[in-house]
Design a protein around this ligand. Sequence first.
Ligand code: GDP
Length: 460
Amino acid sequence: MKFSTQLNKTISQQARDLIDRGLDRHIRLAVTGLSGAGKTALLTGLLEQLLYANDSQNLPFWQVKQQQRLIGSRLVPSEHWSVARFDYEAAVAALTAEPGRWPHSTRDVSEIRLEIKYKPAGGLASKLSEQRKLTLDLIDYPGEWLLDLPMLEQSYQQWSEQQSRLMQQQPRRDIFSGWLKRLQESQHNSQDDDAALRRLAEDYRQQLQRCKTEFGLYFLQPGRHLLPGELADAPALDFFPWPQQLRLSNRWQQQLQEKYDYYQQQVIKPFYKNYFQGFNRQIILVDLLTALETGEAALSELKLAVSELMKSFQYGNNPLFRRLLAPQIDKVALVASKADHVSPDQHPAMRQLLAQLLQGSRQQLEFNQIQHQLFSVAGIAVSKPGQLNDGTKVLDGVIADQQPVRVGAPPVPDSWPNQQQWQQGFAYPRFYPAFTMAQSPLPHMRLDQLLDYMLGDKLR
Ligand code: GDP
């Protein structure tokens, strides 16, 4: 009798193991977007909802929670010891400080691991096992790094030609004019080539930074010039594109070429091999509202940059990209961020504008049979929408000096704005976090829909 109970136990354990192995028990979900898109805030918000889901009243569309199958989640150490851990605790500490601050933005790749325990939804698995565990790695990395992918197919000469063409258009022509002069002078006068190239590369980097911060440009290469990660100050970054209107000395030609080749082989490729190849699912964040505020040129650049970035998910028939990307990614969420800058009735417009911006890339995803969906979310919602008696939509929040304010909720165009709209311009309020720890899980908008799309099928 005792023996047969033992045997039954062993058989059921074996059956359980078999099912476990047959099911996906581990998923690597990556979050990216250009700097300032809201990656840090989104990851913090996702972690808040995942870790404290059972305390939340605001996850109606996350089915595992609504069906009362979610047992709980906890942080566990990651196995990837060489990758920085996403500093969730520091992010929450900043958001709940007095006065509240936004956490530091993404500068490098980082990740964090959770275990989610849940009850299976039904069928054979639910009879055999009371509970299951999903290991979830969340990875945060700068979208700028994906902008470098096309460089792998370009020689230094081809890349320089492309960048020179860009530099001849405004506002880049003005931005780079001083750098161009200094480059010309250095080539004639320099005694020390190494030092001159280093100085000019740093100068070029500063102009790229100005393109971003002063002019809202997004299509900026090489990506590591803006977000170097562990390569900050490394000689690997001492290169820049050669302006085609200038003659290049043979000495400099060779040095720049060598650095460019190194960058292709030792910086761009390893990122794809060591990180990207392992991702199963991807969230791509796009900050439409800041581009709308900056103006038409910025929105055009955002469209160009995000379309370039999306090429990493469109390996298609390109043998180099196919080998390098070796894609595992089967689902992509295209997400308009900071949705709490507007009232919820504008969220469909945000998604429509995003859909229009990414039309070509979405077709490519379909062609590659990668599922995708559009979302509008706030990782951390710092404003509360409301409505006055006359129907006016308003937003309540606090501004920089912690003063509470109420502002009229601004509209979002649901397609590319016309000239009149551009002339009127767009402006969105900047609210600050003002939370206490007791408010955890911190408020969000539509993260439940995002979680359900990204993880729902793995939590059945
Ligand atoms: P990252 O560079 O992609 O990591 O961007 P961050 O997450 O650091 O966000 C950049 C800035 O955008 C923050 O400092 C906030 O000012 C703002 N932001 C990001 N997410 C949200 C959000 O969900 N709501 C609001 N209102 N602002 C946000």
